[in-house]
Design a binder for this molecule. Structure first.
Ligand SMILES: Cc1cc2nc3c(=O)[nH]c(=O)nc-3n(C[C@H](O)[C@H](O)[C@H](O)COP(=O)(O)OP(=O)(O)OC[C@H]3O[C@@H](n4cnc5c(N)ncnc54)[C@H](O)[C@@H]3O)c2cc1C
Length: 265
């Protein structure tokens, strides 16, 4: 029997915005190195981060500690990290403001030129560096595959992580909706799905039936550790938010990240 597993992850989604491909990206190691090199060599005065999700917020906070630049965070929705509660958004907004980050919500970027950003309300903003953290999509290969897709983009995988009879899809390129829960696009989920997939392959080899997958980190789960600088992080659990960022939370986040990465060495 021939099987295939599609696990190509995701790439930046520029939503067709003109000039967006000239922005910096932190989605890959190569992208991060390029951005770091630019920061070190060119020392930009004005940096715009487009997208105020977890990545945008973490970058903004960390940049305030490493470079003397004006940092702007631009978000099209009405508040920062809109996937979390309003309480969490306000707490993060306060933290960013204390760190000197200027936030622009309900503001859509319409076009990116070499030294400025055009906003949808007609205003424009000068900037020496723009970092894109506004969204992801599956790569072109996945888009071209003839499987059922969610929103014409993500491969729809069933509870056994199958895209079709002998083809499986997991991780960021798959849309996995089981019993009303949708798997989040996180490393935590991708790794669990991979383990489940491996166990299912062993079952297939032994002539056994596939086991259903169960989602741990769903898109509606409100648990996060958000790094808001080199020494601090904020813990979020539902509507609760540890409003006093502590070194302890930062240490816990570092420990979780490190032990996770250690497993792949
Ligand atoms: C800045 C940032 C911070 C994040 N922080 C966290 C976090 O704190 N916690 C968390 O749980 N998740 C986090 N994530 C999300 C996490 O990184 C992803 O959900 C996870 O990496 C998805 O795993 P994957 O295996 O599906 O895809 P990937 O890790 O993207 O791996 C896919 C691989 O396939 C390769 N590939 C693509 N196309 C092809 C092809 N045609 N042929 C061969 N190879 C191909 C790619 O190069 C890539 O190496 C973060 C993501 C980003 C961008």
């Amino acid at each position: 029997m021939t099987l295939a597993i599609i696990a190509t992850g995701a790439v930046q989604n520029y939503f067709g915005i003109l000039g967006a491909d000239r922005t910096f990206s932190v989605n890959t190691l190569e992208g991060i190195m390029k951005a770091r090199d630019f920061l070190e060599r060119r020392k930009p005065d004005k940096i715009a981060i487009i997208g105020a999700g977890l990545t945008g917020i973490e970058i903004a906070c960390n940049l305030t500690e490493s470079i003397a630049a004006s940092i702007y965070l631009v978000e099209t929705k009405t508040r920062l990290i809109p996937q979390f509660s309003e309480n969490v958004s306000s707490m993060i907004e306060k933290t960013l403001s204390e760190k000197g980050v200027k936030t622009l919500v309900s503001t859509k970027v319409q076009e990116i030129e070499e030294d400025r950003i055009i906003l949808s309300d007609g205003r424009s903003m000068e900037c020496d560096m723009a970092i894109w953290t506004a969204g992801i999509k599956p790569c072109d290969l996945v888009q071209s595959l003839p499987f059922a897709k969610w929103r014409d983009e993500w491969i729809l995988a069933d509870p056994y992580l199958r895209a079709s009879e002998n083809i499986f899809a997991l991780g960021d390129n798959a849309w996995i909706d089981i019993d009303g829960k949708v798997a989040s696009k996180t490393a935590v989920e991708a790794e669990r799905q991979a383990r489940h997939m491996a166990a299912n392959l062993a079952r297939l080899a032994e002539g056994k039936n596939l086991k259903r997958y169960s989602i741990l980190a769903s898109t509606d789960s409100q648990v996060a550790l958000i790094s808001i600088g080199r020494e601090c992080a904020v813990g979020v659990y539902g509507d609760m938010c540890v409003t006093m960022p502590t070194k302890l939370i930062r240490a816990l986040k570092y420990w979780i990240d490190k032990s996770f990465i250690q497993r792949f060495k």
